[in-house]
Design a protein around this ligand. Sequence first.
Ligand SMILES: [Zn+2]
Length: 91
Amino acid sequence: MVFWHGDAAEQVALLQAVARNCTCSSDDGIVNGSCPAHRALLDQRWLDHVLFYRHIAPQLLAEEFFARQEPPGFPSQEHVDVALADAELSG
Ligand SMILES: [Zn+2]
C-alpha cells in the first residue's frame, strides 16, 4: 500500500502527468495500468521523491538562474569594460 503525502492539487497534477505519459496498451480502450507511469504510482519511494523535488523545484530553479547574477562585490559591467580598455591600451 502506498500513500500520497501531498495535497489535493498536487495529487491532481500527478494524475494528470501520469495520464499524459501513459502508454498502457489495450485494444478495448480500457487503461490496464501496465505502463511505467502507472506502475510508478505503486512505488512509495518514487512518490516521495516526486513530491520532494516538486517542493524544492522553485529553489533549484532560483539557484540555477539567479546564481549567474553578480554576487556582492563582483565587478560591475562598467568595471569590466574599463579593465578591458586598459588591457587593450597596455597590450
Ligand atoms: Zn498507463
